[in-house]
Design a protein. Structure first.
Length: 259
């Protein structure tokens, strides 16, 4: 029961994480204009991964997509690639996880197959979460670097006034979404251990053949070794001894003489 709960909770948390990654990638507020020490407040600018927007004080908003790819910075394109890879892996992980749920039976699928599928989906969720967190962190590092460079240029002279950009809401959504996908993937990997069927292990018991029993006799007989020639010798000796009995009667060897 605990394995099923862990698997379902991992699926739900991972689904929220993947949905958050999609929302974060589609949002336009990855970077917003810093209005501190900005004399112009009638216009508010913000940028996303796919377009830049301008909002006026009247409420009119105009967005313009990036028409070029080669003109964008390499780190900016890397952030795009990381977010797309995270979304694709997250969606594939959800599809695999749906068929791997223990509460869903599809044909004669064994628990071992479900365990492998659960582990695969968990690894996909972990990679998707790491891609989202890495992409958002790289973009945040770019913002911090540009912010302090713009601040240094501002205080060099009033003619070098530039727009400074700070963290947008999409960054926080991306961080939370990546963390949820990472936690969900870990839960799926933990649920995989409970789905693996326990192999029945039998202890092997080895039976060693007992050695030849060596019988000891008193009297004129030697220790018997179990070989056939000695058996015949003892047998003939038993007949001779029976023939030499004191009372003169004919006696036959008993069963103890053949040991």
């Amino acid at each position: 029961m605990s394995t099923t709960i862990c698997q379902v909770m991992g699926f739900i948390v991972s689904s929220l994480g993947v949905a958050g990654c999609i929302v974060s990638t589609a949002m336009d507020m990855w970077s917003t204009q810093d209005l501190y020490d900005n004399p112009v407040t009638a216009v508010f600018q913000y940028q996303g991964l796919w377009r830049s927007c301008v909002r006026q004080s009247s409420g009119f908003t105009e967005c313009r997509p990036y028409f070029t790819i080669l003109g964008l910075p390499a780190m900016f394109q890397a952030v795009r690639a990381l977010m797309i890879v995270g979304i694709v892996l997250g969606i594939l992980g959800l599809l695999v996880c749906i068929f791997a749920l223990k509460c869903i039976r599809i044909g004669n699928m064994e628990d071992s197959a479900k365990a492998n599928m659960t582990l695969t989906s968990g690894i996909m969720f972990i990679i998707a979460g790491l891609c989202a967190i890495t992409g958002v962190s790289v973009f945040a590092n770019m913002l911090v670097t540009n912010f302090w460079m713009s601040t240094a240029n501002m205080y060099q002279g009033m003619q070098n006034i530039q727009n400074r950009y700070t963290f947008g809401s999409a960054l926080f959504v991306g961080w939370v979404a990546g963390g949820l996908a990472l936690v969900g993937g870990i839960m799926m990997c933990l649920a995989c251990r409970g789905l693996i069927p326990e192999e029945s292990r039998y202890k092997a018991v080895s039976y060693n053949a007992s050695g030849r029993n060596i019988s000891y006799r008193t009297g004129p007989y030697k220790v018997g070794s179990g070989y056939e020639p000695e058996t015949k010798t003892r047998k003939s000796a038993g007949y001779e001894e029976a023939a030499r009995s004191e009372d003169g009667r004919r006696s036959y060897p008993s069963k103890y003489d053949y040991v």
